[in-house]
Design a protein. Structure first.
Length: 183
C-alpha cells in the first residue's frame, strides 16, 4: 500500500515529490513527449522492416505492435522506478492513473502503421510500400507537432516552419542512427 503525497513546504513542490513532468502537473507536455518518442521509435521500426524487405504482414504487424507495447511497458517501469527513487515511496492510485494517461499515446503511435499493414495484408498495396508510407506519415507528424509548437510560441509562421523542420530533422536523424546501428 502506498502513502499519500507529503505536503510541500512553503507552497512549492519539492523536487522529491515531482518525480516526472506528469506528476509535476504538466500532463499535456508529458503526453506529447511520450507520443513524439514513440513516433520516432515506430518510424525507425517500420523503416527497418521496409529495408529488410519484410514480406509477411503478420510478422510486420507483430513487430510494430510489440515495439509499441514494449516501449509502453518499459516507460511504466522506468516511471515507477524513478518515482520510488526520488520520492522514497511507491505511486498512489492517482499517480498510477496519471502515469497510464500520460503513457497511453505510446500505444497510439502503432495505429497508423498497423492500419496500413492491414491494408497491405488485404492485397491493396505492397507491404514495403505500406511500411514506407507509415514512416512518411510518422515523420510528417513530427513536422506538424513542431509547426504547431512554433505557432503556439507566437513567433509567426517562419518560426513555426523552422520548428517543424528541426523536429523533422531530429526524427529523421534518430531513424538514420537506428538504421546505421542495424536496429
Amino acid at each position: 500500500m502506498t502513502t499519500p503525497d507529503p505536503e510541500p513546504r512553503g507552497g512549492a513542490v519539492e523536487p522529491s515529490i515531482a518525480a516526472t513532468a506528469a506528476r509535476a502537473g504538466d500532463t499535456a507536455a508529458a503526453r506529447l513527449k511520450e507520443r513524439i518518442y514513440a513516433t520516432i521509435t515506430v518510424a525507425a521500426v517500420v523503416v527497418t522492416l521496409a529495408e529488410a524487405d519484410t514480406h509477411d504482414p503478420e510478422e510486420a504487424a507483430l513487430t510494430v505492435a510489440g515495439t509499441a507495447l514494449g516501449v509502453w511497458l518499459a516507460t511504466l517501469v522506468a516511471d515507477e522506478q524513478a518515482h520510488r527513487a526520488v520520492s522514497k515511496r511507491g505511486a498512489n492510485r492517482a499517480e498510477i492513473r496519471t502515469t497510464l494517461y500520460v503513457s497511453a499515446p505510446l500505444l497510439l503511435s502503432a495505429v497508423g502503421p498497423l492500419v496500413l499493414i492491414g491494408v497491405s495484408a488485404l492485397g491493396a498495396m505492397d507491404l514495403g510500400t505500406a511500411l514506407l508510407i507509415s514512416a512518411g506519415v510518422e515523420v510528417a507528424t513530427l513536422f506538424l507537432w513542431g509547426w504547431r509548437t512554433g505557432l503556439r510560441m507566437g513567433n509567426g509562421p517562419l518560426s513555426a516552419l523552422v520548428s517543424g523542420l528541426l523536429d523533422t530533422a531530429i526524427g529523421v536523424g534518430v531513424v538514420g542512427v537506428k538504421l546505421l546501428a542495424g536496429h
